[in-house]
Design a protein around this ligand. Sequence first.
Ligand code: CIZ
Ligand code: SF4
Length: 361
Amino acid sequence: MIPSAMMTGPQKITTPHDMDEAAVVEHMRHLKAEFGKKLVILGHHYQRREIVELADFRGDSLELCRAAANQDDAEIIIFCGVRFMVESARILARPRQRVYHPNARAGCPMADMANAPLVEKAWRDLEQRGLHGSTIPVTYMNSDADLKAFTGRNGGIVCTSSNATKVFEWAFARGERIIFYPDEHLGRNVANSMGIESLIYDPREPLGGLTEDEFRNAKVLLWKGFCHVHTHFTTAHIDEAREKWPDVYVMSHPECTQEVIGASDFAGSTSQMCRKVAEAPAGATFAIGTEINMIHRLAFEHADKNVHTLSRSLCPNMYRVNLYNLYDTVRDLENAPQVILPDDVMRDGKLALDRMLAINL
Ligand code: CIZ
Ligand code: SF4
């Protein structure tokens, strides 16, 4: 599909990948010192350790967007993550700040499972039945900028995995039903935790594959979409972990299935899971169901604790950002992929993001 962001200029300088990593890190540190506060590098929790170590801020997508927008002196923001994160940073950053993505090919297959034309079709199903006025569209942060813009234009809001419950409460204070996209699992897990029934809306089927009555009475319509990195985890992985480490504390990300969430001791966002590990006493044992790079880093940084993965699951798109394309971006900004969004996408996408930010999170 066509990404909503426009990328400018191909990257002209390409560092050979056989160049010594330590040398690239050294060059990067020099360049960062030269730029000073003008340059801010953001590293998502799912990035490789060497990237996170070079970043000025690490965090989840929302924390990083906020960090970027709050840097008075920053002129150049480089977001090491996937496209929807970089687009969100573009929307929330100040107009004079330039936002770059070290690898424009790093997208998110789950975000691609919904797009504005497909969701508009679902919205027409609601309109034809006079239900759109009482429906609040809610989009996960993990979505294209133009889908955030559609959501903003139609009175809707963005959520992340750390604030989805509060966002659902906000939506139910304003409407009778939610249509949530693109991750069925996050939507279902949040609805379950609130004791609200949810139904799958499959965009490939007429009326989402629902009967007329089901569609009209649904409280939460869940877009049929998923993150393969998180649906990889099963309850068998959890059973194995509990057998191997009887004192283990199992944590899973809410993009996992409801069965995995039900069998875990804790479900939470990346930052919430990082905090749990940081606050635990020495000797504590964790088995975590999320992207492997974050788990490896937690194990490395908390060597006095036992941090394991439930099963190895890597996000290949997050992995597309590496030391070499980060270095190429910093040393050749003129030709690096800068994210530029159309004005209406910026304006309406910001509406949906600002509604989320206005909730006291
Ligand atoms: O919002 C984020 O950064 C993602 C993708 C996950 C999380 O749980 O923080
Ligand atoms: Fe997308 Fe899943 Fe990768 Fe996150 S971990 S970027 S949701 S595919």
